[in-house]
Design a protein around this ligand. Structure first.
Ligand code: ARG
Ligand code: ASP
Length: 728
């Protein structure tokens, strides 16, 4: 037995991740705690997550479902990224009052701006409920039935687990369906905008610098949580009061140095670290290039208009950013996959895996799993490609198509669920259209449509493209639709949607734009989606087995972390530079000097505010400088992903030292394979944030709310540095 364990241990070491990992905060005791303390952490696992006393987790809410944020004052002040608050900042902006361009600072609490529909969610408690969720699944006759039982069990756990009346229970899936956790959460709905720097600080470098290092972006914004008089969640009301948090993060004025311990606490959205090599091959060779190609044409068209029209620039700022973000990410991801040879590495792991399966006598269980993957992915390829082309074109990048697709779903609602559901959905849609058409320009969208449909018709696996779409001249098609369709303005669309359900559907079907969308959508629903979903289910079931095998074949304390799934996680590492290519080494910290180096007056991406330049010239940095220089951004080995934006970067003692907002381009394949050599997360130095709030915006009332600390005051190295400085 001992021998086998030893063998497993030796074998399993090179099999999976030695570094990286996004860990479940309630399960840090043991291996993670030791690892973190070895890296320099002075806290215990209990300081990070505790149910019995306040802990770091009580200061880290999920921000509006997609980002992370942290409470930084006893009055519910919340810090997140500028790009996470971007939609809100944009929606309060107009050409006259352009908070995107000029920034926004509420003079007092009564000036803070409400954001209907927004929320932040705190995690109250995490409990393992695997046994309850997998109850009676062994006897299921098919994968579908198994999934049904799981859903039923999850529902029962959600309903039967204790909670306060303002709380919610949720169950999330870990390790591809091998573990289930219950989250008791508390969601606040009155969240107000407090402050944001101008985009020339908060988005400095824009898309050119996005996903790259060296970086110089002050990517932060401030919000405040409001609660009812009992400090409980409540809908927006003037009577609400600032929320008193269970915990808020003190902010360190001492900054970071290379090799310092950092912990990033947040809500990473989704990763896939245990895919077989065949999946990575398909992603990098087929799926990513398709998505990149399609987005490229959409972006090019929008960009032309945004550069010459101020109104369009504001209207399309948020949309453009979000399309551009993953467009660029996928390019970097593909490069990183190649550089690290992820496919080659995975193939090596798979060889080892098979050896191990054999050695343990588990051929019956897992002997064919890799060849099953090969077969399933080969069959999946065209459907997955078609799925991506359809969703990128009809659900994402062309607004008329996206809106039309929602109307198509409305027609389905009438057919499947009747008149009342139709009416409710229609009201809802009209509300959504009202706000989205505010930022709609038919002339921009028309150009995007023409180019996207061209790509769609030519590049989509041809068996799924109707012959009339293939033959039709795309410029003509575009012109016909944008001249005749009511979907090109809110006014005409609202008129079209007047009347009883039957009448609305009749009018819709006569609309040229709608008819086009319906035809394509029907093809998609008939020819692509059912097969796509079947194959997906098959692949997911294989992946669950593969994950189980990996867990079984690894020693108990192996570093096998669950994929990100939008739940709260801890990742940790050190401040560290990296070498992106031969002969080049990147330092881990940037300074205001770099902003000035990149600055181009009135540039679309690299303009900087005059006040900032003046502060730089006067070296007027207040308490926030490091050896006379103003730090801006830094990088580290923390394993992060989308959703970690806005995550607090915490020092060895539990203080805020930075704000996570991005990763370096070469390392973005970390969603599939974390490479400690080139994967780095990018953070704003907390002192830069304080400097902008205090010296740039003069919002000292906000600084006064915070708790600023000097955790390194007793540190000999720092003392020495100060001593030398003072004697100079
Ligand atoms: N790349 C970062 C993230 O994924 C920042 C995105 C900001 N958007 C932009 N297009 N510059 O969220
Ligand atoms: N920028 C990302 C976010 O918004 C973070 C990342 O992907 O590294 O969550």
């Amino acid at each position: 037995m001992k021998l086998i364990r030893l063998f497993v241990f030796l074998f399993a070491l090179p099999l999976f991740a030695q570094q990286g990992g996004m860990w479940i905060p309630s399960l840090l005791e043991g291996m993670n705690e030791t690892e973190m303390q070895n890296l320099g952490m002075k806290m215990s696992a209990e300081d990070i997550y505790s149910v019995n006393q306040s802990s770091l987790k009580d200061a880290v809410p999920h921000f509006n479902g997609g980002c992370t944020s942290e409470v930084i004052s006893p009055k519910g002040l919340v810090l997140t990224n500028h790009h996470c608050g971007y939609g809100q900042i944009q929606s309060h902006s107009s050409v006259e009052n352009d908070y995107l361009a000029d920034g926004f600072w509420a003079k007092s609490m009564s000036h803070e701006l409400a954001n209907p529909g927004m929320s932040v969610t705190f995690i109250v408690e995490i409990t393992d409920v695997t046994e309850k969720v997998l109850k009676e699944t062994e006897n299921a006759s098919s994968e579908e039935e198994r999934q049904k039982i799981i859903e039923k069990n999850k529902q029962a756990v959600v309903e039967n687990s204790p909670k306060e009346k303002w709380e919610t229970n949720r169950v999330s899936t870990f390790y591809d369906g091998n573990q289930f956790m219950l989250f008791r959460v508390e969601t606040f709905k009155d969240i107000r905008l407090v402050g944001a720097p101008p985009s020339s600080v908060g988005k400095f470098g824009s898309d050119t610098d996005n996903w790259t290092w060296p970086r110089h972006t002050g990517d932060f914004s401030l919000f405040r949580i409001y609660a009812d008089e009992n400090n409980r969640p409540a809908e927006y009301s003037e009577d609400n009061v600032p929320y008193t948090p269970k915990h808020y993060l003190p902010i360190s004025l001492d900054g970071v140095a290379e090799d310092d311990f950092t912990l990033v606490f947040g809500f990473p959205g989704s990763t896939d670290e245990y895919l077989p090599s065949v999946a990575i091959e398909q992603l990098t060779e087929t799926i990513n290039p398709a998505r990149i190609g399609l987005r490229e044409v959409a972006l090019k068209e929008q960009d032309v208009f945004m550069r010459k029209d101020k109104k369009i620039k504001i209207q399309y700022a948020s949309k453009y950013s979000s399309i551009a973000n993953y467009y660029k990410k996928w390019i970097g991801e593909n490069q990183g996959m190649k550089k690290t040879d992820v496919v080659g590495k995975k193939k090596e792991q798979e060889k080892e895996f098979m050896k191990r399966v054999k050695a343990e006598g588990l051929q019956n269980e897992y002997g064919s799993i890799l060849s099953d993957f090969d077969k399933a992915y080969a069959e999946f390829r065209d459907y997955d490609l078609a799925y991506n082309y359809f969703s990128e074109s009809f659900l994402r990048n062309v607004e008329l198509l996206r809106n039309g697709f929602q109307l198509y779903q409305l027609e389905q609602v009438l057919e499947n669920r009747g008149k009342q559901s139709f009416k409710d959905r229609k009201e809802n849609l009209l509300k959504r259209f009202k706000s989205s058409y505010k930022d709609y320009s038919a002339k921009v969208d028309e150009k995007v449509f023409e180019k996207v449909i061209e790509v769609y018709a030519n590049k989509m696996p041809q068996q799924f493209v109707s012959s009339d779409l293939k033959q039709k001249n795309k410029a003509e098609l575009t012109q016909e639709i944008y001249t005749n369709s009511a979907l090109t303005s809110y006014k005409s669309l609202k008129k079209l949607m007047k009347g009883n359900p039957k009448k609305v559907i009749k009018k819709l079907n006569k609309d040229e734009g709608y008819a086009f969308i319906k035809k394509q959508a029907e093809r998609f629903y008939e020819d692509v989606l059912p097969a796509y979903q079947n194959k997906r289910l098959e692949i997911d079931a294989l992946q669950k087995e593969y994950m189980k095998a990996i867990l079984t074949l690894s020693p108990k304390d192996a570093r096998i972390f669950p994929n990100a799934n939008g739940t709260l996680r801890v990742t940790y590492g050190q401040v560290k530079g990296y070498s992106p290519k031969d002969a080049v080494y990147y330092e881990p910290v940037t300074h205001l000097e770099g902003v000035i180096e990149k600055y181009v007056a009135d540039d679309y991406e690299f303009d900087a505010p005059q006040t900032l330049i003046d502060l730089y010239e006067a070296k007027d940095y207040g308490n926030y400088a490091d050896d006379g220089k103003m730090p801006v951004n830094f990088i580290g080995t923390n394993h992060t992903t989308g959703g970690n934006s806005g995550s607090p970067v915490i020092d060895a003692h539990g203080n805020l030292v930075g704000l996570n907002f991005d990763r370096v381009w070469e390392g973005t394949m970390s969603d599939f394979y974390y490479d400690p050599v080139i994967s780095r997360n990018i953070m704003v130095d907390a002192r830069y944030i304080l400097f902008i709030i205090d010296k740039y915006a003069n919002a000292t009332h906000l600084i006064n709310e915070m708790k600023l600390v000097h955790p390194k005051a007793g540190d000999n190295a720092v003392k020495k540095k100060r001593l030398i400085k003072n004697s100079q």
